[in-house]
Structures are given as C-alpha cells and as structure tokens.
Ligand binder design. Sequence first.
Ligand code: PLP
Length: 375
Amino acid sequence: MSRAAGAIINLSALRHNLKRARELAPHARIMAVVKANAYGHGIVPAVRALAGADAFAVACLDEAVEIRHAGLAHPIVLLEGVFSALELDEAARIGCDVVVHDAHQLALMEASRLQHALTVWIKVDSGMHRLGFPLGEACTAWQRLSTARAVRGPLRLMTHLACADETANPRTQLQLEAFAAATAGISAERSIANSAGILAWPGSHADWLRPGILLYGVSPFAGRSGRDEGLLPVMTLCTTLIAVQQVQKGEAVGYGGGWVAPEDMRIGIAAIGYGDGYPRHAPNGTPVLVNGIRAPLVGRVAMDMISVDLRGVPQARVHDPVLLWGAELPVEEIARAAGTIAYELLCGITQRVKFSVVEENQAPAALSSVHSIGR
Ligand SMILES: *Cc1c(COP(=O)(O)O)cnc(C)c1O
C-alpha cells in the first residue's frame, strides 16, 4: 500500500474566499496572489479555480512561466519585477506586467527596445523598507517611466504594508498617509492591501487588492482563524494510523524518550512527519483528529511518523483516518502550537505528499475516489 499522507485542495473553498474578498471591497479589482506554488496549494489548479480574479500575482518569472505552460492566459504581475534585460524580454513575451521597485529596474526599462511593451507597477516604499522607491523619489520614477518606450499604457502605483496584521498598530495609518502624500499629484490606479489590509483597513483598499493568505482560508491575525473572517480553509492535510501500540506506565515514546506514558495506555502511530512538512517543533499536546476526535501528539515529531495519545479514542484502529489540519482543525492552531505561522506550514508541504484536488469539501474517507494530481 502506498503512503497515506495526502493534501486535499478544496476548489469551492478557494472560490468562496475570493468571493469574500469581493464582498469586503466591492469596488476594487483583485490581483490574486499565487506565489510559492499558491502558498503550497498548487499554482495551476489555484489559478484555474480563481479564474474570476482580475489578475494573478507571483514572486518571480519561473512562477509565471508555470502558469503559461498550463495554457492559462490570465493577466500576471511579477511582484518583484525582473532582474535582467533577458528576464524583461521573457516577461514581455509571455505577457506579464512587472513591478519596478528600484533604479536598476528603472534603467532596464529605459534601455529596453522591447517589441511588446508591458504594463508597469511602480512600487513605492511607504515604510516597510524592503522594496520600493523612497517616498521622495516616487514622482521622478513616475516621470522617467512615463517616457520609457518599454512601458505600455498608464503606469500604476503600489506599496506594501508592514504591520497590517496588527490592528492596533499606528504604522499602517502612517504608511497610508505617507503613500497618499508622496503620490498626490499622480493620477493612477493604486494597490496597497494584502489580506490583513483587506480585512482590517478599509482605507487601504484603493483600486486593486492583493489577497494571498485569505484566499487559502487562513486569517492573517494572531489568535484568529479563517472561520472568524468568514473564510473556508482550502487545504486538508491527512493520513492514517499505521500502528497502534500498547505502552506501559513509565515507558518512553519516540526519539530522545522525552515523553513518558503516565499510565498503561494505547499510542497511535500516524504516517506524517517533518519529511511531509508537518512541523518538527509541534510540542506534546498539539492536537490531531483521529476519526474526527481530538487526540494529543506525544513525543517528538520524526521524519515519517508522529505518535498520538489514543486514550480519548478507544475504538481507534490501524488504517483509521488522521487529520493534521483542515476545516475541523484550523492550521492556525497548529502553527501557533509549533511557534510559527500558517503561511509557513502551508508552503512547507513536501513533494512526497499526494495532492488531490476536489470541487467540494470531502471527508478523508472519500480520498480514494478523488482524482490525484502530480505536482
Ligand atoms: C505576498 C504578498 C501579498 C499577499 O500577502 P498576504 O498576507 O498573503 O495577503 C501582497 N502583496 C505583496 C507585495 C506580497 O509580496
């Protein structure tokens, strides 16, 4: 029998979450962020399911090429722009829009003798201090790009929020004001909001939204889950029990023997580990669902296996379904337990895990009937 570890990607949940973003900002257009293989969900199925978005955003040219190779012609924006004249030619050839965020990229645009001009987003640094022209250079960049031959149509403006997930942090309002002031004289479409901006900062909605994590059904706010925001989780990570052990009081379980049975009890061994992307730092007590019932992790997470306390699931047997995260167990809760964020867990699912794409949410029991896709 092949390994049971699987990720189920629920396309109707993706579409629901896109609709939710539209409801939150009905007058804005949506650039769906599908970088990092659509946050680990599979870029091609994600783009197909999110075809109702107005554009797609990726981090690099390779990701755009993957979308085009699948035969998908949707508008794509390269969020970090291009890094050479060769990349610029390729971006134009496959019909991408580019971000221009620094003097090097600006010079590339000015020097280019492109056949196909492309749409440019000028990125302004309004306070995150990662990418973008300083506030005082926004207008000059605008003027220079206005006359660059490689630029097609109206230029657009973009900035990125550093602290939008902290709803009481005053920096967001300062960034919004700084961006507005630095670009006051420019008539152009603007894009500011990531997921947290969309959900918590109506003043950031502007003309184009850039939702990422919310499309995958996850809340960007600490202590909250997607459900609290009216979102539906898209990924279910599941596996099965491959062994059930009877351990005696005082016996240690797993590497290092750090967890010791407090009484005679049963332990379930589930086929999932850090080799699949389950976080190694998940501590004792991190919940999993065995047959839909919460059971705590015990002992260290290994590459291929975890151990689970079955005292609360006395009927559990080998082959029973184990859910690591999904609709009934928010990935946000597992991320919190493991000292990380849901973004990292979702992006970290490895090659070994079987991906299945389904139209509606399906229980793990229905897994055998779903169409499995390679990655
Ligand atoms: C990744 C990214 C986003 C999406 O962020 P989320 O927090 O996932 O919504 C938006 N804009 C830029 C520039 C990004 O790099």
